[in-house]
Design a binder for this molecule. Structure first.
Ligand code: UD1
Ligand code: UDP
Length: 351
């Protein structure tokens, strides 16, 4: 079987790494990087740390508006899929790279397989558009949880749906064994004595009021706040005149590698984030999570009280950080850390 995998953004490198490792035991993989993320700290570091083979093709599309970025990817991917003629095109998650590959594959011969199918937050953020359109173009839909499969059913999607568990859990289990704790010394924090924060969603980073309110709430916390800042967020902090305050009152650092991030997340007292992946990783690592959004697609983490949705209101974020605690019980909605094997088995049976 020849699988053409399309990745482009940080969380996709993490997820593709575990599936790629499994896939390449018995099958051929053509790895295509769209170039959506290109900074060393958002891209190369993951290939190095996770031993992901170098991409066979890098389209080098870079940053742009949603339409232009997606269009450039689509043009490049159509040519690559035609030329490489794979048995299946494999995509992850909900970025513009995911959608572009879904459109390219669905208009050509190979079937499309979507990992993280059925995730829904019920909002109209760009990622939800990408999720819905990709699922409706896909032939094989790998849902991380039963709830995700139910979402697909409610949209009339039943054929080709497999509850595989979450590849993010596989990745986390791999990284937890290899967590790079040197980062704790590098940023000068001790176990359980700090807050970890990440912000990169358009709705927070590009909105001056929300971003200011988040910075104020983090700055008000009595604990140290370690803030590995996505380049979008660093740019906006500067543009909105918040950078001085953020760097004075928080420990703002460049994005860190995955093994360092897992070490920080495991050691943190609590995490404040608008990331999808980080909410879930916090859940796996028993670190309470305060989510800086009004909704989430990882609903099971909220239903089990491990995650609190607070949005960006300053008082709400402050209170949630102060009150965050670990519930006594935790369900296991995302499988047993064996999703990659399951996905590769289904692919090789069906394709
Ligand atoms: C994208 C995804 C988002 C995902 C996130 C993971 C979409 C619509 N969004 O958001 O779902 O959660 O990746 O991190 O696909 N930039 C750099 N260097 C880079 C990449 C980006 O400086 O290597 C800056 C550019 O100014 C760019 C901005 O970040 O305009 C946003 O990048 P983009 O890839 O468009 O979206 P993300 O916010 O990274
Ligand atoms: N991550 C990382 N370094 C950082 C911040 C995040 O390695 O400085 C990892 C994190 O562990 C998770 C993934 O990046 O696996 C999440 O990516 P992001 O928050 O950018 O995207 P989302 O999950 O929201 O799509």
């Amino acid at each position: 079987m020849k699988v053409l995998t399309v990745v482009g953004a940080r969380p996709q490198f993490v997820k593709a790494a575990v599936v790629s490792r499994q896939l390449r035991r018995d099958h051929e993989e053509v790895l295509v990087h769209t170039g959506q993320h290109y900074d060393e700290g958002l891209s190369d570091v993951f290939f190095d740390e996770l031993s992901i083979p170098r991409p066979d093709v890098n389209l080098g599309v870079g940053s742009d508006t949603h339409g232009r970025q997606t269009a450039r990817m689509l043009e490049g991917l159509e040519a690559v899929v035609t030329e490489r003629d794979p048995d299946v095109v494999l995509v992850y998650g909900d970025t513009n790279s995911t959608l572009a590959a879904a459109i390219a594959a669905s208009k050509l011969d190979p079937p499309l397989a979507h990992v993280e199918a059925g995730m829904r937050s019920g909002s109209d953020i760009p990622e939800e558009t990408n999720r819905v359109l990709t699922d409706h173009a896909a032939d094989l839909l790998f849902a991380p949880s039963e709830e995700a499969a139910a979402n697909l059913r409610s949209e009339g999607l039943t054929d080709g749906v497999h509850v595989s568990g979450d590849v993010g859990y596989d990745a986390l289990l791999w990284a937890r064994e290899r967590a790079d704790e040197s980062v704790l010394g590098d940023v000068g924090v001790e176990d359980r004595a700090f807050v970890l924060a990440t912000v990169h969603r358009e709705a927070n980073a590009d909105d001056p009021d929300r971003l200011e309110s988040i910075v104020a709430a983090l700055a008000a916390d009595p604990r140290r706040v370690v803030f590995p800042a996505h380049p979008r967020t660093t740019d906006r902090l500067r543009e909105f005149g918040l950078y001085e305050r953020a760097t004075r009152e928080l420990t703002v650092v460049d994005p860190v590698g995955y093994r360092q991030f897992v070490a920080l997340l495991d050691a943190a007292d609590v995490v404040a984030t608008d990331s999808g992946g980080v909410q879930k990783e916090a859940f796996f690592l028993d670190t309470p999570c305060v989510t800086l959004r009004e909704e989430t697609e990882w609903v099971e983490t909220v239903e089990s009280d491990w995650n609190t949705l607070v949005g960006a209101d300053e008082d709400a974020v402050r209170t949630a950080l102060a009150e965050a605690s670990t519930p006594d019980e935790k369900p296991s909605p995302y499988g047993d850390g064996d999703a990659a094997r399951h996905i590769v088995e289904v692919l090789s049976d069906v394709v």
